[in-house]
Design a protein around this ligand. Structure first.
Ligand code: GLU
Length: 484
C-alpha cells in the first residue's frame, strides 16, 4: 500500500472515562498514520444515546491533546469527510440502508419486541444460539408496503447469505475465518431510526476512506458482520489489526476497574506523566529491534509496525510503569518538575521551601502524588515510635546521645545551620563517642523525621531548620523516657 493512502482512525463511544487500553489504540493508530505520512481521524460513535455520558466527548479530545496525539480530522478540526460525530450523520446511514434494501441485500423486519423475546426464550430452552428466525425476510413487497403504509414500527436487517466462508487477514493474527451460518441477520437501522454500530462503522470507515482498522481484539467477533456488509455494498475491505487486550497487573482477567486504576484520567490524577505513560504503552506487547525501553514518540513512529505486535494478551505491568515514570521525573529540570508538581503540593506546604526540598525527594518520587507523603514530616507534626527510636540500643544510651547532640547543635547558630557544618559536627560527635554509626544515625533520623526512610539526613536537617530540629530532638528525648 503506498504511503499516501494510509488513513487510520479511532472511533470511541462517549460512554465514560477513557480506558488506558483505548489510549493505547489511539497511540498505535496515530503512529502508523504518521509513519506513512497519512492521516489520523477521530470519529465519535454516539449512536447508542442511552449510554452517552455528558462531557465524555470533550474528555476524549482533551486527552488526545494532553498526550500530543491530535487528530488530523475530527469533530473540532473538521476535515473533508465532516461531520465526524455519528449522531450528525443519521441521514447518511438511512440512505445506505435503503440502498441495501433496493439491492435486495437488506429487508424490513416488523417483528414486535414481544415476539422476539418469545423466540429468544425458545432458543434458550433449546440451547440453540440466539438468532433471528428470518420471518420477515420472506414478506412479499405488497405485505411490506402495506405495513409501511400503516406506519408499523420496523427495523432494517441484513440478509446474511447461507453457508459462506467469511474470512479476512488480520495483520497481527493472520487469516481468520468464520462461517456465515453463525452470523445473525443483524439489525442495521433500529426502530428509533438510529443505525447500529455495525452499519455506522462500516459506512463511515468506507466513506472516510479508512485504509487500516486497528482496534481492540474484542471486536474480532463483530468483524464477520462488517465484512458481510462490505460485501453487500460491494466495497473493498480495509486492512484489519486486532490489538490484544491488557490483563490486570496481577495477571488475572481483563484489566478492569475492580482491580485498580484503568482510566487515563486517574493515571494523570495520580501523577503519572503523559510521556511516561505513552512510553509504557509503546513497549507493552511490542519491542523495538534493539529492545530499548525508553523511547520518544518520534522514535516510536519511525519503528512502529502493527505486524510486530505480540498476539498474546499482555499484563499491565504497573511496576514497569512506575519505573518509567521515575525515570521521566528525574529527567525533568527542577523548574519543569516544580510546575508539574503544582497540583500535587498540599495547601499547607510552605511553598518557599520547594526549591530546597525538591532535590531531596526527586530521586524518590515514583508518581507526583507521592510528594505529600515524602514531605509531610518537614512541615507537619511528627510522631516518634519509641521502638524505632531505641532500636539496637537502650533508653539510657539514646537519652545520653540525644542530650549530647542537643548541646552540640545548640552551639551552631541559625546562620551556620547548613548541611556541611551539620555533618561535620554530628560526625565528630559520633566518632568521639565511638557510638555505632548504624544505630546512632538511624536514631537521629527517627528523632527528626519520625521515619526510618528519608532523604539524606544532613540535607533534611538543613531544610527543617535550627528551631524545629532542636524541638524535635527534645521531643525525642521525652519519648525515650516514656514508660510503655
Ligand atoms: N465505537 C467502538 C468503541 O467504542 C469502536 C470500535 C471500532 O473501532 O470499530 O470502541
Amino acid at each position: 500500500m503506498s504511503d499516501s493512502v494510509v488513513r487510520t482512525r479511532v472511533a470511541p463511544s462517549p460512554t465514560g472515562e477513557m480506558h488506558v487500553g483505548s489510549l493505547s489504540i489511539v497511540l498505535k493508530n496515530y503512529a502508523y498514520a504518521k509513519r506513512h505520512h497519512g492521516q489520523f481521524v477521530l470519529r465519535i460513535e454516539d449512536t447508542d444515546q442511552t449510554r452517552e455520558v455528558p462531557g465524555a466527548q470533550e474528555q476524549i479530545i482533551s486527552i488526545l491533546d494532553k498526550f500530543h496525539l491530535p487528530a488530523d480530522e475530527g469533530p473540532i478540526v473538521g476535515g473533508p469527510f465532516a461531520p465526524y460525530v455519528q449522531s450528525q450523520r443519521l441521514e447518511i446511514y438511512r440512505l445506505h440502508a435503503q440502498q441495501l434494501i433496493e439491492k435486495g441485500q437488506a429487508y424490513y423486519c416488523f417483528c414486535s419486541k414481544d415476539r422476539l423475546e418469545k423466540l429468544r426464550d425458545q432458543q434458550r430452552a433449546d440451547h440453540s444460539p440466539p438468532k433471528y428466525d428470518r420471518l420477515c425476510r420472506n414478506l412479499s413487497p405488497q405485505e411490506v408496503k402495506s405495513k409501511l403504509d400503516k406506519e408499523q414500527p420496523y427495523v432494517i436487517r441484513l440478509k446474511v447469505p447461507d453457508h459462506q466462508k467469511v474470512s479476512f487477514t488480520d495483520l497481527i493474527r493472520g487469516q481468520i475465518e468464520f462461517d456465515s451460518d453463525q452470523v445473525d441477520d443483524q439489525v442495521l437501522i433500529k426502530s428509533d431510526g438510529f443505525p447500529t454500530y455495525h452499519l455506522a462503522v462500516v459506512v463511515d470507515d468506507h466513506l472516510m476512506q479508512i485504509s487500516h482498522v486497528m482496534r481492540g481484539e474484542e471486536w474480532i467477533s463483530s468483524t464477520p458482520k462488517h465484512i458481510l456488509l462490505y460485501q453487500a455494498f460491494n466495497w473493498p475491505l480495509p486492512v484489519y489489526a486486532h490489538i490484544p487486550i491488557y490483563l490486570n497487573p496481577n495477571g488475572k482477567g481483563k484489566m478492569s476497574k475492580r482491580h485498580g486504576t484503568v482510566s487515563v484520567g486517574s493515571f494523570l490524577d495520580q501523577g503519572y506523566l503523559p510521556e511516561a505513560l505513552l512510553n509504557f504503552l509503546m513497549i507493552l506487547g511490542w519491542a523495538t529491534n534493539d529492545e530499548r525501553e525508553i523511547l520518544t514518540l518520534d522514535e516510536y513512529i519511525l519503528e512502529f509496525n502493527p505486524q510486530d505486535i505480540s498476539q498474546k494478551t499482555v499484563v499491565f505491568d504497573l511496576k514497569k510503569l512506575q519505573w518509567l515514570n521515575g525515570i521521566y521525573i528525574r529527567n525533568l529540570t527542577n523548574k519543569d518538575l516544580i510546575s508539574k508538581l503544582k497540583p500535587f503540593v498540599p495547601t499547607d506546604f510552605p511553598s518557599q521551601f520547594l526549591p530546597q526540598v525538591l532535590p531531596l525527594i526527586k530521586e524518590r518520587l515514583v508518581v507526583l502524588s507521592d510528594f505529600e507523603d515524602l514531605t509531610a514530616f518537614i512541615y507537619r507534626p511528627i510522631e516518634i515510635n519509641q521502638k524505632d527510636l531505641l532500636k539496637k540500643s537502650s533508653a539510657n544510651q539514646v537519652a545520653e546521645q540525644l542530650d549530647q547532640l542537643i548541646s552540640t547543635l545548640s552551639s551552631l547558630s541559625a546562620q551556620n545551620w547548613l548541611t556541611l557544618q551539620l555533618e561535620e559536627k554530628i560526625r565528630n560527635l559520633q566518632e568521639k563517642q565511638n557510638w555505632s554509626k548504624g544505630q546512632f544515625f538511624m536514631m537521629v533520623r527517627v528523632a527528626i523525621t519520625g521515619q526510618t526512610q528519608t532523604p539524606p539526613l544532613f540535607e533534611t536537617m538543613a531544610v527543617i531548620g535550627h528551631d524545629l530540629t532542636l524541638s524535635r530532638l527534645n521531643q525525642a528525648l521525652l519519648t525515650t523516657k516514656k514508660v510503655t
